[in-house]
Design a protein around this ligand. Structure first.
Ligand code: TYD
Length: 203
């Protein structure tokens, strides 16, 4: 039996990490948590590279670094876990590259999608949660500044619009959640959708 692949997307500080954690906890032994970039030794090293504000990396190089980390994660962790029937929960995945590199940074969603299709062998999530939060509100949530986050509100707004377009284009896979609510309320909606997807997969 094939498992279920669930991803969380949204602008910086929209609560993805919290929600991914709550879901994995609720799934107990069946849940497999991964994050992007990261989740493998190669991925964690790429994470250090792309987060280093002192490193000069153009948008194409950056997109390829994210794709390389993703390729390793899919091959070494995600596909094996799905084949075992697990529920893989990823804090960001392919759609982050489409929104940040493809759309907000102007590389083109189709181009970035092509590169990523090669990287992942075409693997797509079964279910993707979009945590929707006003970028100005997200900016007020505490967090460390890094290469991405200190680029400010304009980038976050562009990313939010990019996610909106992606969700509109594939409504079957995306679930929009109002992330301005308490984490427990958001989590309750997540559980309803995940249970429905699991029931559908079993049917
Ligand atoms: P991270 O600390 O994981 O941010 P967050 O907690 O908000 O998810 O940093 C990841 C940063 O990398 C984030 O600003 C989004 C960016 N990113 C991309 O631009 N493209 C990608 O494909 C991925 C996975 C992340």
């Amino acid at each position: 039996m094939r498992g279920l692949f669930v991803t969380f997307e949204g602008i910086d500080r929209s609560g993805k990490t919290t929600q991914a954690g709550l879901l994995v906890e609720a799934l107990r032994d069946e849940g497999v948590a991964v994050r992007e970039p990261g989740g493998t030794e190669l991925g964690e090293r790429v994470r250090d590279l792309v987060k280093d504000a002192a490193l000069d990396a153009g948008p194409r190089a950056e997109a390829l670094l994210f794709a390389a980390a993703r390729a390793q994660l899919v091959e070494a962790v995600i596909r094996p876990a799905l084949e075992r029937g697990g529920v893989v929960v990823s804090d960001r995945f392919l759609d982050s590259s489409l929104a940040y590199q493809g759309d907000a940074r102007g590389l083109g969603v189709d181009e970035v999608e092509r590169v990523n299709r090669f990287a992942t062998g075409g693997l797509l999530p079964d279910l993707t949660f979009l945590l929707e939060l006003d970028p100005a509100e997200a900016a007020q949530r505490a967090g460390m500044l890094d290469r991405f986050e200190d680029e400010g509100l304009a980038l976050q707004r562009a990313v939010a619009e990019a996610y909106d377009r992606l969700a509109d284009a594939s409504p079957g896979r995306w679930r929009r959640l109002d992330a301005g609510r308490p984490a427990g309320d958001v989590h309750a909606d997540v559980m309803v959708a995940v249970e429905a997807a699991r029931a559908a997969a079993r049917a």
